[in-house]
Design a protein. Structure first.
Length: 464
């Protein structure tokens, strides 16, 4: 592993992100009556793509927006330019990750054109609402403006092909509604809201909603670890794994995700109760076992479309053993065009032979061959036995290499540590399939009680 590349600068990365930041700041106050500093931010975006096929289109759009006369097509062009810059940053960073790990990358297949486009009218309505948002700006949002998303989301939800856009639009609107009126905001999540706005706008365009191309996977699935992402009303577990095809071709990295709505009273180990019934893979993760797949659907991006009927539990498979023997030869998946964003980078790696240091802000840092890598222990979920203390005391770490706040960081998924002179593995997903651990069992019982009470109350409301 090329640990010296963790901190080497990337040519052009700072300039691309600076142009994105300039555009994002321009949206804060809205594009209805732009001020000179907003015009400068728009010009910076146009300059950043001047040598690309977008140049003329974006230059015109920036001029129109600076004059307060941006139409829908102009705002779409600006969103496309921003996405192209974030995509270029993503590509540069993933190339750097490939240099660090030395793993090969899969080649992208060009998808066929979609035979039909779902919900053109409702997507046009969504696009119009998003353009109104950009004109108002984050400081100009109010409840009436944000409420305009509700009928659009309601029209999208019945169509499964539009569920992705509906979910994004609904979540974005909910965040904005919780922050209304925008004029009173002390702090605006500038990058986040610009990310959501740009993605939502481009997903309303023809072809953007194309269903991912699917093939099938038959062979052995070797889990590496599970990343738990939790919000107040939803939870998702994403399993990262190595897939060994039965035909003997090269192993590849894949993912399988399961999500569920949740009440805010269910936290910690109780989250697994909501997720387990939806995916048998979680039991295999908790037991450190492989799974045998038979024609499991998989996208070009390496996402398994999980079907319990196409999987059965296999032999024991230690994730650290998998990482030491196979991970270095596994092919990294490609990324869908609209998913190319630095925040989406999450690459499984195995680190050994490091020492642990502390930074001034209290973060843990792994030092490998004299090179430092920050460790994001805040991402360690409370739904498992892995703790920041265990990470600091570890001698080997299996985790996800990410890019955050201008640097590479490691999100731990599992560690090996010494307990009573014996090497012991501690996994974030150890409780995924159930646990006899006292702390985990207590949390599961508390969650069971909470869910039982909620179900009883829901039953009474339905009977009323």
């Amino acid at each position: 592993m090329r640990t010296d590349l963790f901190t080497d600068p990337l040519d052009g990365l700072d300039e691309a992100l600076s142009a994105v930041d300039a555009f994002d700041r321009a949206i804060v106050s809205g594009l209805l009556r732009p001020q000179p500093d907003q015009a400068a931010g728009l010009a910076a975006l146009a300059t950043a793509v001047a040598g690309t096929p977008l140049a003329a289109l974006v230059a015109e759009a920036a001029d129109k927006a600076a004059a307060g006369a941006a139409g829908e097509d102009h705002l779409v062009a600006l969103a496309a330019a921003r996405t192209a810059l974030m995509g270029s940053a993503h590509d540069a960073l993933t190339e750097r990750v490939a240099d660090i790990t030395g793993r090969p990358r899969a080649e992208r297949n060009t998808p066929d054109a979609a035979p039909d486009e779902p919900g053109a009218n409702v997507l046009a309505a969504a696009r119009a609402w998003l353009c109104d948002l950009a004109r108002a700006g984050w400081h100009g949002i109010d409840h009436d403006l944000v409420a305009g998303a509700a009928p659009v989301v309601s029209a999208m939800l019945p169509d499964l092909r539009l569920r992705r856009q509906a979910t994004l639009l609904d979540g974005f609107a909910a965040e904005l509604a919780a922050s209304c009126p925008g004029a009173t905001l002390d702090r605006v999540p500038v990058r986040r809201w610009a990310d959501l706005w740009t993605r939502a706008l481009l997903l309303t365009l023809p072809g953007a909603a194309r269903t991912p191309a699917l093939s099938t996977a038959t062979g052995r699935l070797l889990p590496l670890g599970v990343d738990v992402q939790e919000h107040a009303t939803a939870v998702q577990a994403q399993v990262h794994a190595v897939f060994e095809p039965a035909d003997g071709t090269e192993p590849r990295l894949v993912r399988a995700a399961v999500s569920a709505p949740k009440p805010d009273t269910v936290v910690g180990a109780g989250l697994w109760q909501l997720l387990r019934p939806r995916m048998s893979l979680l039991a295999a993760v908790g037991e450190c076992r492989a799974m045998e797949l038979d024609a499991m659907p998989v996208t070009d991006e390496g996402d398994l479309v999980w079907d319990d009927e196409r999987a059965r539990t296999g032999e024991p498979a230690d994730p650290f053993g998998t990482a030491r023997v196979i991970l270095s030869a596994a092919t990294d998946p490609v990324t869908a065009p609209l998913d190319r964003h630095p925040a989406r980078i999450a690459v499984p790696v195995l680190l050994e032979g490091y020492t642990v240091a502390d930074e001034d802000d209290g973060r843990a840092v792994f030092v490998l061959a004299g090179h430092r890598l920050a460790v994001d222990t805040d991402r360690v979920p409370t739904a498992g036995p892995l703790t920041p203390e265990a990470v600091v005391a570890s001698g080997a770490c299996l985790g996800l290499l990410r890019w955050d706040a201008g640097e590479f960081v490691l999100q731990p998924l599992a560690v090996e540590t010494t307990v009573r002179k014996k090497t012991t593995a501690v996994h974030a997903g150890a409780w995924a399939g159930g646990t006899t651990d006292k702390a985990g069992a207590r949390a599961e019982k508390a969650a069971t009680d909470s869910v039982a009470v909620l179900r009883e109350r829901a039953g009474k409301l339905l009977r009323a």
